[in-house]
Design a protein around this ligand. Structure first.
Ligand code: ADE
Ligand code: ZN
Length: 336
């Protein structure tokens, strides 16, 4: 471990872009498959890991949805989330906003309440065990219909007090934000915050539509916004947070090499970029690994890393007093 590695691990940070299903490590996948009597397509953990070679987002999604088949009960979702919270705490995460995909589970007959009860109980345990705060982002699968998304929002009704935001994920190309304009408007009426994956594979126009049509509070990824100077200026002026995921970008071929990753270009432009892990079990690293990978590839300074951590707090959906307290904790760390 270099001094910089130690600095990065200890840096108090929030994680704002993490799919809880994407934190399912192959070891836990096999343990849950055994516990639930679910057959897997792979003989062992090594074979699963060997299958994690993707050329694009869809390649990954096909394997990711298949892996989620082992998750059946509230206990499974609890165990999945606790494994993530324990790992994230070791990476200096003090607040996590975690996405979940109810449709991936309800389509297999898993009750919505099993998913959310398991996650909510783990969130309470993460607070007790690690002092970590967390929030839930319920995502709509964009390859499914608007009617399906409305059905999820309806089913989530009794649980809305436990849900902070809705999001939009899955296959981006061919499924522009416009498809979900009405369901996002309804979610906003419920007082929910709004986020959407945009500009991961999709063009800058999808980022513009996420802003103008969905009225999002945050953009997930946003890499391709850099192709449009006017859009960059707009994102800078509005202080819009981008939840950037470097190792995901590498694994899904959004960038060919981390040496070409735009994270520092984003900071120099004045964009409010953050660093996150997306689907850490599939992309080879948790949040501190992502910080380390770009720090090395792009020669980031300690000031850059501190700015990324600060952006993660100011871009979070925490109340302003908690944001201030976390920024003070970061300042104390930097001054120590
Ligand atoms: N679901 C899980 N990870 C995703 C990603 N990176 N993009 C879109 N949908 C996802
Ligand atoms: Zn994502």
């Amino acid at each position: 471990m270099t001094d910089l590695d130690v600095f990065i691990t200890g840096l108090p940070k929030a994680e704002l872009h993490l799919h809880i299903e994407g934190s399912l490590e192959p070891e836990l996948m096999f343990a849950l498959a055994r516990r639930n009597g679910v057959a897997l397509a792979y003989p062992d953990v090594e074979a699963v890991r060997a299958a994690y070679a993707f050329s694009n987002l869809q390649d990954f999604l096909d394997i990711y949805y298949a892996g989620a088949a082992v998750l059946l009960t509230a206990r499974d979702f609890h165990d999945l989330a606790m494994a993530y919270f324990d790992r994230a705490a070791a990476d200096g995460v003090v607040h996590a906003e975690i996405m979940f995909d109810p449709q991936t589970h309800t389509a297999r007959g898993v009750p919505f309440c099993a998913v959310i009860e398991g996650l909510v109980s783990a969130m309470a345990e993460a607070k007790t065990r690690h002092g970590m705060t967390s929030a839930l982002i319920m995502c709509f699968l964009r390859h499914l219909s608007e009617a399906d998304a409305f059905a999820v929002l309806e089913e989530a009704g009794p649980w809305l007090p436990k849900i902070t935001a809705v999001g939009l994920d899955s296959s981006e190309l061919g499924h522009p934000p416009q498809k979900f304009a009405r369901v996002f408007a309804a979610a906003r009426e419920h007082g929910l915050k709004l986020v959407a994956h945009a500009g991961e594979e999709g063009p800058p126009e999808y980022v513009i539509a996420a802003l103008d049509v969905l009225h999002v509070d945050r953009i997930d990824h946003g890499n391709r916004a850099l192709e449009d100077a006017g859009l960059v200026a707009r994102l800078v002026a509005s202080g819009m947070t981008l939840t950037v995921c470097p190792l995901s970008n590498l694994k899904l071929c959004v960038v060919g090499n981390l040496i070409d990753h735009p994270i520092d270009a984003m900071l120099r432009e004045g964009l409010k970029a953050t660093v996150n892990s997306d689907d850490p079990a599939y992309f080879g690293g948790y949040v501190a690994d992502n910080y380390r990978a770009v720090a090395k590839a792009r020669s980031l300074t300690r000031d850059d890393l501190a700015q990324l951590a600060r952006n993660s707090f100011t871009g979070s959906f925490l109340p302003s007093a908690a944001i201030a307290a976390n920024c003070a904790r970061l300042d104390a760390y930097l001054g120590s």
